[in-house]
Design a binder for this molecule. Structure first.
Ligand SMILES: [Cu+2]
Length: 182
């Protein structure tokens, strides 16, 4: 068929008719596409993650990590893992985490950790994200976490240590975590 033989009015009607069909089809397929995509995504997509690091207090006064914020998650809490009647449970530290004078505290799997709830995206191994730690005395310290796949502190590739007052934060790393195991 020769396009030139089709009256312009008919052509417009066809195009308009076609786009409304496509529009309806695209609209209708949206609710169906979402449930179909979810099962495929859920085995790898985790809504929580944990961050670990070493915090040293080089001063002669105790300091305290009292809050954490991160661009990677809606909420970040300071947690401990405790043995409650033989059951390993994790819970938020309501008064924060004390960093004793002249000592160093390591946040690690099975111990203290920063719990990230409501991840804004997948934690992709090899990538990094920032966390802002708030200390009672040292104030705010922004550090960069390296994301890894496993449950072990990576041997290399982490950002340089960051100093704020008497506090030095080093070896910041992170991984996704199923909601109930840290
Ligand atoms: Cu936790």
């Amino acid at each position: 068929m020769n396009m030139r033989t089709i009256p312009a009015g008919l052509l417009i009607a066809l195009v308009v008719g076609l786009s409304s069909v496509i529009g309806i089809a695209a609209h209708d397929s949206t609710p169906e596409a979402s449930p179909a995509a979810s099962p495929a995504a859920s085995p790898v997509a985790m809504s929580t993650g944990a961050a670990f690091m070493t915090i040293a207090n080089n001063g002669d006064t105790a300091d305290r990590l009292i809050a954490v914020e991160t661009e990677a998650a809606g909420v970040a809490e300071i947690h401990e893992v405790a043995d409650v009647s033989g059951v390993m449970t994790m819970r938020p530290l309501d008064d924060g985490l004390e960093i004793p004078a002249g000592e160093s505290v390591e946040l690690m799997p099975g111990g203290y950790h920063v719990m990230m709830i409501g991840l804004k995206g997948d934690l992709m191994p090899g990538e990094t994200f920032d966390l802002t730690l708030t200390f009672e005395h040292a104030g705010d310290v922004t550090v960069t976490a390296r994301i890894v796949m496993g449950n072990e502190k990576p041997a290399e590739g982490m950002a340089e240590p960051v100093n704020a007052g008497d506090i030095t934060v080093s070896d910041v790393w992170s991984r996704g975590a199923p909601a109930m195991s840290h």
